[in-house]
Design a protein. Structure first.
Length: 294
C-alpha cells in the first residue's frame, strides 16, 4: 500500500483541472477557458487496490496585477510545500515563455521531486512532442517527463504509475469511496459558477460567488437552490439576461452536470443577488458556513 499528496502546478489554462477530473473520473474541479477559474486548492482522490493519491489542484500561477491574483498565487505556492511530488504542467501547443519560467522558478524553491507533464499532446505531432521534451529537459533536473492528453486520457495511466514511484506513505488518508475533500454543496456551487463563465463574456469577473442556499432530498430526487452573488446591479442584469434567458440556460446546463455528479434527478433553482458591501457579503456567506476563498 502506497499513498501521498501530489501538487498540480502550472500557468493558467494548461489543463490542471481537466487532468484532475480525468484521473478521478468525475468533475471535482471546474474548467473554463478563462484564466484563474480555480480559486481554491481542491483535492481530488485517486484510489486503486494498492494506492491512494491525493491530487491538489491549484489556481494557475501567474504574475498578479490585482489582490485576487495575489491571493491565488499564495494558494498555489502553499500547495507546493506540503506535497510529496509536484506535477509541473505545460501546454504542448504553447511556446516556452516567461510565464512557464516564472512558475518553474517557484517550483524549484519547493525542493520536491518534480515531474514535467507535457499536456495536450493530441494537438501536436510525435516529432513536435520530442522537440518539446528536448526544449524543457535542460531547464531543470526533472525526476520524470511524461507527455499526456488529459482531455483524451492519453498516457494518464503511465503518469499514475510514474507517480507511484515517489509515494512513501503506507496508509490511506480518505476512504475508498471519497473522490474529493470538498463538501457536496461546494461542488454544486462550483458547477453553477462554471456555467456562468461558459455563457458570459469578460464583463463578468471572477469575484462572483455561488452558494447553495438550500438542498433537500425527497423520493430519490434533490431539490436545490443556488444563489449567485454579485457586487453590481449591472452584473446581475447580465447574468439574468433578457427576459431571464441567460439564467435559465445557466440552470439547464448546471442541472445536467449536477445530476451526473449526484447520480440522481435534480430540480434546480438559481437566483441572482446583489451584495455591494464586502462586510454584508461576508456575513451572508457565514450564514451558510461558506468561506469565499478557503
Amino acid at each position: 500500500m502506497r499513498s501521498g499528496f501530489v501538487g498540480l502546478v502550472g500557468r493558467p489554462n494548461v489543463g490542471k483541472s481537466t487532468l484532475l477530473n480525468s484521473i478521478v473520473g468525475k468533475k471535482v474541479a471546474i474548467t473554463s477557458n478563462k484564466p484563474q477559474t480555480t480559486r481554491n486548492n481542491i483535492q481530488g482522490i485517486y484510489n486503486d487496490p494498492d494506492t491512494q493519491i491525493v491530487f491538489v489542484d491549484t489556481p494557475g500561477i501567474h504574475k498578479p496585477n490585482h489582490k485576487l491574483g495575489e491571493f491565488l498565487n499564495k494558494q498555489a505556492y502553499y500547495s507546493t510545500t506540503d506535497v510529496d511530488v509536484i506535477l509541473f504542467l505545460v501546454d504542448a501547443k504553447e511556446e516556452l515563455g516567461k510565464g512557464d519560467m516564472f512558475v518553474l522558478d517557484k517550483v524549484k524553491e519547493a525542493n520536491k521531486p518534480v515531474i514535467l507533464v507535457i499536456n495536450k499532446i493530441d494537438k501536436i505531432t510525435n516529432e513536435e512532442i520530442l522537440k518539446k521534451i528536448d526544449e524543457y529537459k535542460d531547464l531543470y533536473d526533472f525526476a520524470e517527463i511524461v507527455p499526456i492528453s488529459a482531455l483524451k486520457k492519453n498516457n494518464t495511466k503511465e503518469l499514475i504509475n510514474t507517480i507511484k514511484k515517489y509515494l512513501t506513505d503506507e496508509f490511506k488518508y480518505y476512504s475508498d469511496t471519497d473522490i474529493t475533500n470538498k463538501p457536496i454543496t461546494f461542488s454544486i456551487s462550483e458547477l453553477v459558477r462554471e456555467k456562468i463563465f461558459e455563457l458570459t463574456s469578460e464583463e463578468v469577473p471572477h469575484s462572483i460567488t455561488c452558494v447553495v442556499a438550500d438542498m433537500k432530498k425527497d423520493k430519490g430526487a434533490y431539490f436545490i437552490i443556488v444563489d449567485v452573488i454579485v457586487d453590481r446591479d449591472a452584473l446581475k442584469r447580465i447574468i439574468i439576461g433578457k427576459q431571464g434567458r441567460m439564467i435559465k440556460e445557466i440552470g439547464i446546463r448546471a442541472r445536467k452536470d449536477i445530476e451526473e455528479f449526484l447520480g440522481a434527478p435534480v430540480y434546480l433553482e438559481t437566483y441572482v443577488k446583489t451584495i455591494k458591501k464586502w462586510r454584508d457579503k461576508e456575513k451572508y456567506l457565514q450564514e451558510f458556513g461558506f468561506n469565499d476563498f478557503e
